[in-house]
Design a protein around this ligand. Structure first.
Ligand code: NAP
Length: 504
């Protein structure tokens, strides 16, 4: 069950939002009465309520907005129980002084906005002993990946005890986001989500439509397989949306989560996630594509040569690393050259073609490797010429300095720098005079889909391929590696375009 939180300043707005949620089939709502600017008027809010309600009056020290005295707050909580709200939230220090009455269920909560205390069991035992809870809610703040997994372990243990009030444990902020979704696997009775995308009422709180329609919270159970992306930062990743919608389309009991993992905590995360989350697959992106290799037990040859891995498959004993970026990029270029997808066994249209790759980072290495492997004559240019030389040596191709790039006449030009990426959409790594009709111009950048470079290339009559094609291709290849299922590129393309238009 998803509990959607409504926190707004006026009664009128609160009632409107509640009604809207009911019309959208939401069954359970938390009213944050501490957000109201005037004294809460229960006679306006509680009769004819459209869904079950959890009434909460959070004080400032627990992250709330209550402006009145503590005495007034306790009086209000008692009135809410007397009015027969379905659930009331009582903090663990006040719950012992407020007796059970009528049918109202008691959610006894503990909040810590500073840290994840060492002894979570002692906090729970104290609540069980003194507070007469129906549900125990523990919301704490992690400082490390270890803190998050300590909470996971606690929630699993707490909910394995039969006949005790169930525990909902939340690790707040992006670091612990996955506990909000996966709690159901470990016995959490419900989760929280927000009414709107923009109004963030708690750190890491997701929008209810994302929780319901993308993570498919209500269908998560013990058997749900876990996948995800490790990155830092994570918030703009399109991968959760793509993979979760693909799981829904294929009707698979799987969920894909965004894991924000700081660079220095990758190794710890992989070890803990493998053991505690029973994770099946990970997409890997900035800043982890190189460091992840140390954790792998088996490497695809492309990972070895490129020195970067963007896909990890766990089979219970081994960690297999792949690079779907390079294959997706090469397939997009081949498709654009011939106007159709390459057929197995046929010679590559890249055989003997000349190509200039701009940028020697992750994407540059992947492209240089892929094009060279398919028989193209590749030159790599980077503003850090020593880096271009290093990549050229690995791959076995040529290199040149950034200034020399304009002197090359090639059939294929690939931008693998971030030049032209949002918000710097008026920049290009190559000026108009150096683009020639008949050239194929590929841009790794996918946000925006049509970069300034691609606009100029079209004007010159070049064939163009956008980074969206590479992104779609790598997601399809990754999904196949993760699950053995094929998803259609047009489905993923549509999802990526929708997600990109939402970003703007
Ligand atoms: P990266 O490892 O950080 O490499 C970026 C490269 O761009 C480096 O060589 C960097 O040079 C160069 N660069 C940055 N700004 C430059 C400038 N103003 N002039 C010249 N060179 C510049 O990043 P990456 O992972 O390769 O990603 C590069 C781009 O490809 C990004 O826009 C990313 O979003 C995109 N990408 C797309 C896909 C896809 O599926 N479509 C997949 C991967 C990446 P220095 O080392 O000198 O800074």
């Amino acid at each position: 069950m998803i509990c959607v939180i409504i926190g707004c300043g006026s009664h009128k707005r609160m009632i409107e939002e509640w009604q809207k949620l009911a019309e959208d089939n939401v069954k359970f709502v938390e009213l944050r009465l501490d957000y109201l600017r005037k004294d809460p008027q229960l006679y306006r809010l509680l009769p004819n309520r459209p869904t079950a309600v959890l009434a909460t009056v959070r004080r400032k020290s627990d992250g709330g907005m209550w402006r009145g005295t503590e005495e007034e707050r306790i009086k209000l909580l008692r009135s809410l129980i007397a009015e027969g709200v379905e659930y009331v939230d009582l903090e663990s220090d006040v719950a012992p002084n407020i007796k059970r009455f009528g049918k109202t269920k008691r959610i006894v909560s503990y909040h810590n906005l500073e840290e994840t205390p060492e002894d979570l069991d002692a906090i729970r035992n104290d609540i069980l002993e003194k507070c007469d809870p129906d549900v125990i809610k523990i919301a704490v703040t992690p400082k490390s990946i270890d803190d998050v997994f300590r909470l996971v372990d606690f929630m699993k243990r707490a909910n394995s005890e039969r006949g005790k009030a169930r525990t909902l444990a939340i690790s707040m902020t992006e670091l612990g986001f996955f506990t909000r979704v996966l709690g159901k696997k470990w016995g959490a009775p419900y989760t929280y989500a927000g009414f709107s995308k923009s109004r963030i009422l708690a750190p890491g709180l997701p929008y209810y439509k994302v929780m319901r329609d993308e993570y498919r919270y209500d269908s998560i159970n013990r058997e749900t397989e876990v996948y995800g992306v490790v990155a830092d930062p994570i918030q703009h990743s399109l991968s959760p949306k793509i993979h979760n919608l693909a799981f829904a389309e294929e009707n698979m009991n799987c969920v894909y989560l965004p894991f924000r993992v700081p660079k220095e905590e990758l190794s710890r995360f992989v070890g803990l996630a493998e053991f505690n989350l029973n994770i099946k697959g990970l997409s890997v992106t900035i800043p982890h594509k190189v460091d992840i290799i140390r954790k792998l037990t088996q490497l695809d040859p492309a990972v070895e040569t490129i020195g970067a891995c963007n896909t990890v498959v766990f089979d219970g004993t081994s960690l297999f690393g792949y690079n779907t970026d390079y294959l997706a990029a090469v397939l997009s270029v081949e498709t654009a050259l011939t106007g159709r997808s390459p057929r197995p066994g046929e010679a590559s249209p890249l055989e003997g073609a000349s190509a200039l790759v701009l940028g020697a980072g992750g994407a540059g290495k992947a492209l240089a490797y892929g094009l060279h492997e398919r028989g193209a004559r590749v030159t790599i240019a980077a503003r850090n010429v020593a880096e271009a030389e290093k990549v050229a040596k690995w791959v076995g191709c040529d290199f040149c300095s950034w200034e020399e790039r304009t002197g090359y006449v090639v059939q294929i030009l690939c931008n693998c720098t971030s030049v032209g990426m949002f918000p710097n959409v008026d920049e290009s790594p190559m000026d108009l005079p150096y683009l020639r009709g008949g050239m194929l111009v590929f841009d790794c950048v996918y946000n925006p889909e049509t970069t300034y470079l691609l606009r100029m290339a079209r004007e010159k009559g070049c064939k163009v391929v956008s980074g969206v094609e590479m992104f779609v291709g790598q997601a399809c290849l990754q999904f196949k590696l993760f699950t053995g299922h094929k998803i259609s590129a047009s489905f993923v393309r549509r999802t990526v375009r929708e997600a990109l238009s939402a970003v703007h």
